[in-house]
Design a protein. Structure first.
Length: 277
């Protein structure tokens, strides 16, 4: 299937983008990497009147460290983060997860922010964004606001971005001392959409655990690491608390079993890494 007809606009600055978004609303779409956008156009899941290309706006493909955070711009590519030597040390969770995203060709074009904004519940970067308690900056013609990851995902492919807004920056906390990070994913074959994916962050005080692919959006929980903590019981309670339905690939029972078993494996890997630091 071919995409519907649309106008194309090559933006030179962010003000041009904001002006068009203000005029067109949900009839406009942003083109950064295009890995999700083009597929949706071809399947005619979206029918915008105008596509706004932001790839020619200067100084949007950045990654920088500020205070105790990593800031990433809207055209920064996934493959650039993967090749960045420091990523293994200051963003270890994302560095581990990013290798599961599609294939090299996808990561060469796909952007960090684009994947988060697409809001696919099976995707790796939305899960990491939630697990790390990241923040995303949204702008329209009149204001700028910052949204926490916990309030960003509303449903499958539905986020807190309003129709006249663009995401201009995402913020991740830098890797903490004596903290372990781990990621695991189950799929039919490497590079496919995840059946379930798992992210764990732990230190001697608390554990944060997030899971994607099992519900209509990534979900997370956290608990204090007490001496008498029963990990299996915590995961069992968490699995039962999530609204999971059967689909053509797997049953809800199977996905809850994955949360308990692969979740335990992921958290134990994070604990081991924390103890090695």
């Amino acid at each position: 299937m071919k995409p519907p007809p649309f106008d194309y606009f090559q933006a030179k600055n962010i003000d041009e983008v904001l002006s068009i978004l203000n005029d067109y609303g949900d009839d406009a779409q942003i083109l950064a990497g295009g890995q999700s956008l083009v597929s949706m156009l071809n399947m005619r899941l979206i029918k915008p009147k105008i596509i706004i290309d932001i790839n020619f706006i200067e100084n949007t493909d950045y990654i920088t460290v500020k205070n105790k955070s990593i800031l990433i711009g809207p055209t920064y590519r996934q493959l650039d983060l993967e090749k960045r030597v420091k990523s293994k040390f200051d963003l270890p969770l994302i560095y581990e997860a990013i290798h599961y995203i599609g294939h090299t060709q996808h990561r060469a074009r796909g952007t960090i922010i684009g994947s988060i904004c697409h809001g696919d519940p099976t995707s790796e970067l939305p899960l990491c964004f939630l697990a790390l308690n990241g923040k995303i900056t949204l702008r329209n013609k009149y204001r700028k606001r910052q949204v926490d990851a916990s309030n960003f995902f509303l449903g499958p492919l539905i986020t807190a971005i309003e129709t006249n807004e663009i995401a201009t920056e995402v913020e991740f906390p830098i890797c903490q001392k004596e903290t372990g990070y781990a990621f695991e994913e189950i799929s039919e074959k490497f590079g496919d959409f995840a059946i379930a994916s798992f992210a764990a962050i732990t230190n001697k005080f608390k554990t944060r655990f997030a899971v994607g692919g099992v519900s209509d959006k990534p979900v997370a929980t956290e608990w204090e690491n007490k001496n008498n903590l029963n990990l299996e019981e915590k995961l069992h309670e968490f699995a039962l608390s999530i609204d999971i339905s059967d689909n053509q690939h797997t049953s809800a029972v199977y996905k809850r079993d994955l949360i308990r078993k692969i979740g335990s494996k992921t958290i134990k890997k994070a604990i081991k890494r924390a103890n090695q630091i």
